[in-house]
Design a protein around this ligand. Structure first.
Ligand SMILES: [Zn+2]
Ligand SMILES: [Zn+2]
Length: 323
């Protein structure tokens, strides 16, 4: 199976937790948390269409300006999701500059603020000098984004402030049986992308037409070359207080993820400090991942106090996860 999502953490264990996820065949990417993103090339920054911010502490939001600069002349809007604090923080950042010569720029920033019950959509347009316009407020169960290929869900957790955790889920995965395709006298080509797009956008409509080398085929004629399997699931959670309520909500969200990216800020021996700072311990991260049945636990966001001994943090989390 060739995965559709290619996820990579942008920084080391002690850097800001930012997860860049490239979406294959889509020429786009999504980003989880917006801390230090300087390692991304301008061409990668340009691909980012959606950013999912857990909360607006500096180490999770300082990259906003870098991203804004990269997409200022882009037609495709930038969508930013986050807890309620994301709206005044985007507005505050935009107010930090003078915008008198950008009215002919196409840039648009949609901000979706989720408080655990309502989703508020506001927009900032360059042509309007990035003045805030609030468009809608609607009840939401946490499904923040849905398109033909994937969904993104969030839950509100507590970090002495509202903090969102996210799950990115491919609706289903399409594997092409290339051997059968060749036996049918067809060639691998760009038409496969159209075929996959039709399967995703018009599920069940077998009469849709695909053109292959000047010949038309219906989806029904080609359906045996496509094997549909479960899609990929990637979850991201950081800066979470050690509270049973947080654990229960998070476990439900991340259930059966292929990859779970999670903070491991403190060691269990420093639990008192973890409680004070509303962070998880490595042991708690391992336990949550295990209870949720995730396949792979990826650790991030360690306290600088463990700079000399990151292995201890990894051991503690993995001991709990695998034990
Ligand atoms: Zn924080
Ligand atoms: Zn943090």
């Amino acid at each position: 199976m060739k995965p559709v999502f290619h996820a990579k953490l942008l920084n080391d264990y002690f850097g800001d937790p930012c997860l860049f996820v490239r979406i294959l065949y889509e020429r786009r990417a999504v980003l989880f948390d917006l801390g230090n993103i300087h390692s991304l090339k301008p061409s990668d920054l340009y691909k980012i269409t959606d950013v999912f911010v857990t909360h607006t502490h500096m180490d999770h939001f300082i990259g906003f300006d870098t991203l804004l600069r990269a997409i200022l002349r882009r037609e495709v809007p930038l969508n930013i999701y986050g807890p309620p604090s994301v709206l005044p923080c985007v507005q505050g950042k935009l107010k930090g500059y003078t915008w008198n010569l950008i009215e002919d720029y196409p840039a648009k920033i949609n901000v979706f603020a989720y408080n655990g019950r309502y989703l508020t959509h506001s927009i900032f347009s360059a042509k309007n000098r990035f003045r805030k316009q609030t468009l809608s407020r609607a009840e939401s169960d946490g499904l923040l984004l849905r398109n033909p290929m994937f969904t993104v869900r969030a839950v509100k957790l507590d970090h002495s402030m509202p903090c969102l955790a996210y799950s990115l889920e491919e609706k289903f995965h399409i594997n092409i049986d290339k051997a059968l395709l060749i036996r049918k006298g067809l060639e691998v080509g760009a038409w496969l992308n159209d075929f996959k797009r039709i399967l995703r956008e018009h599920p069940g409509d077998t009469q849709q037409i695909i053109r292959i080398c000047d010949k038309d085929f219906t989806v029904a004629e080609l359906s045996d070359i496509a094997r549909i399997t479960r899609g990929q699931k990637i979850s991201f959670a950081t800066d979470i207080a050690l509270k049973p309520n947080n654990f229960a909500r998070l476990i439900t969200l991340i259930k059966d993820s292929d990859f779970f990216f999670c903070e491991a800020y403190f060691l269990e021996k420093d639990q008192a400090r973890a409680i004070e700072r509303s962070h998880l311990t490595a042991k708690a991260a391992g336990s949550i991942a295990k209870k949720a049945g995730v396949k792979k636990l990826e650790l991030m966001h360690f306290s600088p106090k463990y700079r000399e001994c990151p292995d201890k943090v990894i051991e503690e989390a993995m001991g709990e996860f695998c034990g």
